[in-house]
Write a protein that binds this ligand. Structure first.
Ligand SMILES: *Cc1c(COP(=O)(O)O)cnc(C)c1O
Length: 338
């Protein structure tokens, strides 16, 4: 397997740091906790989509695209990173934003990721939820093509075999960091949504025969559906990189007990995770993805699923700019002392 065989436009600040979280470790009294800082990939406040976009946007350029199009929820981090990447490459960017939360909150609809989409020059249009958004996007792309634009469409979350290469690469990068620092790692945990992150990681880890269990904490779909989505994409990604069959169905594990009411709706345990990471480690999570991932991670430590004597890594997938779209989820009136 040789990733240099695939077109790539280098953009992310890599390698991202791997850091020990001493105060969170002490607070929970369980395993030694480390964090892989993919919130620090550098592009317009960072996040996991930048690794995928390095491969996707290179493919767009190779195909001669002058416009990229993608879709996501209103506060999509993927949309924002795509808009930023397109700006850097001088491409037009159009985004379909799906109203998955039905929020009327002004910050949710205009601040956070949305203001950054627009600052980077992207155009947006709003869709009600429940549609096949990738199909809707193809329809819109056809209208631009009819006007002479060369449109490259990117599926939601950048999750196809090309995008997943970014996380095959992240698996290699992490393994290098573990080995160089003599860190024996027992588990890797992260938030999983459109599946590209987990699919790429599981392919990379299995292809290296790392023997490190990977756990995705779901933010939307039920367990069976989430695992099926990840597995199907992992199979295609493994074929793409010339390692067909390297991932078994049982290598794909998702825990979807921390979704709460639904995608993009903050949970109590997620808000607790945001506070803990912010106050103990000065790390910013987001309410939609990384907080729910961290909530599951913390709960599984408290329940003894990850134990003292083990060393675990939480992969921080980014998203903190969404906090500014979700300020209504927090009550800080008691922080004003006068
Ligand atoms: C997209 C996203 C995820 C989920 O990654 P997938 O590859 O879509 O599964 C996790 N965290 C954040 C902050 C994201 O933006």
């Amino acid at each position: 397997m040789h990733l240099a065989r695939y077109p790539r436009h280098f953009m992310a600040h890599l390698p991202t740091p791997l850091e020990r979280m001493d105060r969170l470790t002490a607070e929970l009294g369980g395993p030694e906790i480390w964090i892989k800082r993919d919130d620090c990939t550098g592009l317009s406040t960072g996040g996991n989509k930048t690794r995928k976009l390095e491969f996707l946007m290179a493919e767009a350029q190779l195909e001669g695209a002058d416009m990229v199009m993608t879709q996501g929820a209103t506060q999509s981090n993927h949309a924002r990173q795509t808009a930023a990447f397109a700006a850097k490459l001088g491409m037009q960017c159009h985004i379909l934003l799906e109203d998955r939360t039905h929020s009327n909150n002004d910050n949710y609809n205009h601040n956070g990721n949305v203001i950054l989409d627009h600052l980077h020059g992207a155009t947006t249009e709003k869709y009600s939820d429940g549609l096949d958004m990738n199909a809707e996007m193809e329809k819109v792309a056809e209208t631009y093509r009819a006007k002479g634009k060369k449109v490259y469409t990117i599926p939601g979350g950048g999750s196809n075999p090309t995008g997943a290469l970014g996380y095959v690469n992240c698996a290699f990068e992490m393994m290098g960091q573990f080995n160089d620092r003599a860190l024996k790692i027992d588990h890797i945990v992260h938030a999983t949504g459109s599946a590209g992150t987990q699919a790429g990681l599981v392919v990379g880890l299995k292809a290296m025969n790392a023997n490190i269990p990977l756990l995705g904490i779901g933010v939307r779909a039920p367990k069976a559906k989430q695992e099926e989505n990840v597995y199907n994409l992992a199979v295609k990604t493994a074929e793409k990189i010339g390692c067909p069959g390297v991932v078994q169905r049982e290598d794909v594990v998702a825990n979807t007990d921390y979704v709460g009411e639904g995608y993009g709706i903050p949970t109590e345990s997620g808000l607790e995770a945001i506070s803990m990471f912010a106050e103990l480690e000065a790390i910013l999570l987001d309410p939609v993805y990384s907080a729910k991932g961290a909530a599951g991670f913390i709960d599984l430590i408290r329940k003894g699923h990850f134990k003292k004597g083990e060393r675990v890594v939480f992969l921080h997938t980014g998203g903190s700019v969404a906090l500014f779209g979700y300020n209504a989820a927090f009550d800080f009136s008691n922080r004003w002392v006068s």
